[in-house]
Write a protein that binds this ligand. Sequence first.
Ligand code: AMP
Ligand code: ZN
Length: 430
Amino acid sequence: MFWQREVESIDRGLLEKIQLERLKETVHRVYAHIPFYRRRFEEGNIAPEGIRTLGDIRKIPFTCNEDIQVNFPYGLLAVPKDDLVRLHTSSGTTGRPKAVFFSKRDIDQSTELIARCLVMTGMKRGDVLQNMMTYGLFTGALVMHYGAEKAGILVIPSGSGNTNRQIMLMQNFKTTAIHITPSYILYLAEVLEKKGIDPQRDLSLKRAFVGAEPYSEETRKKIEDIFKIDVYNSYGLTEMNGPGVAFECEWKQGMHIWEDNFLIEIIDPSTGDLLPEGQYGELVLTTLCREAMPILRYRTRDITSIIPGPCSCGRTHRRISRIVGRSDDMFIIRGVNIFPQQIERVLMGIEGVARNYQIILESLDEMRVQVEIDRGIFDGNVDRLLRFQKDMTNKLRSEILILPKVELLEPGVLPVFEGKAKRVIDKRTL
Ligand code: AMP
Ligand code: ZN
């Protein structure tokens, strides 16, 4: 199903023409209204007229996280303050918060993008979406909320947490879809199990839109298996409106990124060089439709790749692969670069692993993985438990190339996160 078929399956040649028009317009506007960008252009001897092709974007320097923080709060506005209608800030998982402002047109635009996302998964009038993201400064809940309403879907603004009430709402109003973080949905599964509620038998759930933090394909499978629903990956970041930047269609083979709104590049994070389709690198985004706060070449620090080739759904906007991690999430143990995602992938692929884990970096060459496992494995058979632990350790070693300490725990021991999870505890910096 399409929300705007002509836009979503637009001819690529025409799409690139529109992108170029919008890029030129954005470049002129930031030069005229945002002193930070004007200075950047002047320092680099770039004139807005010098941007004549999409490739010319590479003449423009990157915008980084720090640039947004330094210009806090109003330094990156391209419109008068009176034109602003909404403020969001980033969740502040990495450093100081960043303020992002929306004009009325920006609200409309981000709302349209969410409507596209939801409809392409098959959502329609009559569906009931329980929005289990935190309402407030975080974009996750409000942006999704507006978009779902626009698509004619009934939204339950339950927010995150209060799991018993969530379950009651799901039962009372026959919730068909939820919007949720991967860590919270795994916790929800645990609570349902404890209460003896069978998701398939006792709930009306068909879909979950899961995002706001990285998770692996193995976790997706695990969630789909527990709930017997379709899980769609949803990607976004505050600096780019929040959710609705990229989303999976019904084929669930990578996330379509809305290229009429965002110009995408994948770069080598260490050199800044452009990488070809198919290669993993850092995603860099330029807003093409943002009115209040346009951003050029924003380094997201998220590591992904552009999936080559068309999608079976007929949409022509390219797809990005699951985010493997953030360049700043990566840690180094014994000289080896490791993403928490690699560990999650291994753990969630092992039968008997429950839903929660934690990584503790003890020193420069020592890490500990604490993982909750199903109760059945604690049935008193020590040999079996030791074999399980050894097998897990070996699997981890073949993925991350170093030997971690593995600690097996009963379910419910590790901290639970209603919003974004904190999986890595770095004792080296405490
Ligand atoms: P925030 O600006 O606080 O909403 O955080 C945005 C960040 O969350 C992104 O830059 C990603 O690192 C992460 N994120 C959001 N959605 C996903 C997703 N589906 N998969 C992996 N990481 C995600
Ligand atoms: Zn598709």
